[in-house]
Design a protein around this ligand. Structure first.
Ligand code: EPZ
Length: 452
């Protein structure tokens, strides 16, 4: 496959110049109501799905976050028309995709760009896509995505950090069997299978609600998909898909983050528009820990006053694929458990390196001990104090904000951009709940001096 010469106009670096800083004065219980935004991990895949048709697709409730902007830029660079027509509304038309190349810059900026492999390969028969490589939460290989494409008849070579993928003729349906559950692997297989010739079975298919949101949208585009068992998805390929409209589901991880924010500051907050049905495992752990959580329709009413009565109890949990406890809420929940009486244990089963933030919590006074790369022990409650902190990744960043809100004194958190990748209007939402938080570009402010 020959690459055409093309003026390259990728503008951002893998690390943006303004990484941003949050300054937080902690110790204020949060009060009020916060509205949940659309789910990042649904929106990104829906945007990728729009490349399966030349017709215009429209999405509402798209979160205004950095990762969505990166996906929009990645698509525009391919020649796709991406219009941000109104707040939280995007229209995407992929009639003239002229450049089937996803560069390293896109992949390094956001792993989710790899979910373009399936749809581009299936619709256009070829794509060159950069290996996104590992990141700060683990190795995160993409071998299962590649194997899935091969199971559908694709030829894929790997050279110089790029996958050169081709589908001689149309992809053909097949058996995609994963050795373990993979969310984006399932989504990539699905996005490829919808335009493949014949029948595809994907097992074990991820059961995350964001996967089902993608299935719902693909169905509106004219795809034939059935989840015939909880872990089995069957697809009957079609020749063409049409444009469609869709409203992105609410973000269960953002909802959970605000639930913890209320609990860990001892506040009272209503988390409005939450996908409560999808938060079962998380809410169970909070209830076990003694947090007052009450679900009323699409609202979660959090009563964190138990914090002041020292009523939170240590508890143990492990992450798992949905409907298990979400790995993306593991770090926020660990912050809460620093304020619980007794011993808690956390077992991260999805990613190899998702407990690194524990060192930052320890610097704030938490008694949190890494037992190995995937287990930690917390002894509580311990008062947290402000510190100067560095955000290691998106969810750990959100957790440091939670810790800083709960801490005495002032914290300075560098790398706000990592949090803004996945949380819409994060500063404004916390401000509206009464938090003392400020986001600024400059980084030269001292935190509360730390006790030695
Ligand atoms: C998705 O990542 C989410 N990202 C993650 O959210 C989330 O933490 C994760 O699912 C688990 O729920 C998006 O949806 C964009 P996996 P994904 O494939 O799909 C291994 C956030 O903060 N694996 O289900 O990449 C992998 O290393 C992010 O919003 C392979 O070995 O996760 C991991 O150990 C972070 N080979 C496990 O499978 C592969 O080819 C599950 O990962 C693919 C995955």
């Amino acid at each position: 496959m020959a690459l055409r010469e093309r003026p390259f106009h990728w503008e951002f670096e893998s690390e943006p110049a303004d990484r941003g800083v949050f300054r937080i004065e902690g110790g204020v219980p949060l009060h009020g109501t916060v509205r949940v935004s659309g789910a990042k991990n649904a929106a990104l895949k829906l945007m990728a799905a729009a490349t399966l048709t030349g017709e215009r697709c429209r999405f509402d409730n798209v979160p205004d976050i950095e990762d969505v902007r990166v996906m929009a830029d990645t698509l525009r660079d391919l020649g796709v028309v991406v219009d941000h027509v109104a707040p939280n509304r995007y229209e995407i038309a992929s009639g003239d995709v002229e450049w089937l190349f996803i560069p390293l810059e896109a992949a390094a900026k956001m792993r989710a760009s790899f979910v373009l492999l399936g749809p581009l390969l299936s619709r256009f028969g070829r794509v060159i896509i950069s290996n996104p490589g590992g990141d700060r939460i683990g190795r995160r290989p993409v071998n299962l995505h590649v194997d899935a494409m091969r199971a559908l008849g694709a030829r894929i070579d790997y050279r110089n950090g790029y996958f050169f993928a081709q589908a001689p003729g149309r992809l053909r349906g097949g058996e995609v069997v994963f050795p373990q559950v993979t969310v984006m692997g399932t989504e990539n297989a699905l996005l490829a299978a919808v335009l493949a010739e014949g029948h595809t079975t994907i097992r074990p298919a991820a059961r995350e609600p964001e996967v089902d949101d993608l299935i719902a949208f693909l169905g509106r585009m004219g795809a034939h998909i059935e989840r015939s068992a909880p872990e089995v998805i069957e697809v009957e390929g079609v020749r063409r898909l049409r444009g469609a409209e869709h409203t992105v589901i609410a973000d269960r991880i953002e909802a959970g983050t605000f639930v913890v924010a209320a609990a860990v500051t001892g506040g009272q907050v209503t988390v409005e528009g939450a996908p409560c049905d999808f938060l079962g495992a998380f809410l169970d752990v909070l209830e076990r820990a003694g947090v007052g959580v009450h679900v009323a329709g699409r609202d979660i009413i959090v009563d964190g006053t138990g914090l002041h009565a020292h009523a939170y109890r240590g508890t143990t949990f492990e992450t798992g694929p949905y409907p298990g406890f979400p790995t993306d809420l593991q770090a926020p929940t660990a912050v809460l458990l620093t304020q619980a009486e007794g011993e808690s244990r956390v077992h991260e089963t999805i990613f190899e390196d998702r407990l690194e933030y524990t060192a930052e919590l320890a610097r704030m006074g938490a008694r949190i001990e890494l037992l190995d790369a995937q287990h930690c022990r917390i002894r509580g409650p311990t008062p947290l104090h402000g510190a100067e902190l560095e955000v290691p990744d998106l969810r750990a960043g959100a957790s440091l904000i939670l810790a800083a809100l709960a801490a005495d004194g002032r914290s300075v958190i560098h790398g706000a951009i990592h949090v803004e990748r996945g949380y819409e209007n994060v500063e404004r939402k916390f401000l509206e709940l009464g938090a003392r938080i400020e986001r600024s570009p400059a980084a030269n402010v001292e935190a509360t001096p730390q006790p030695v």
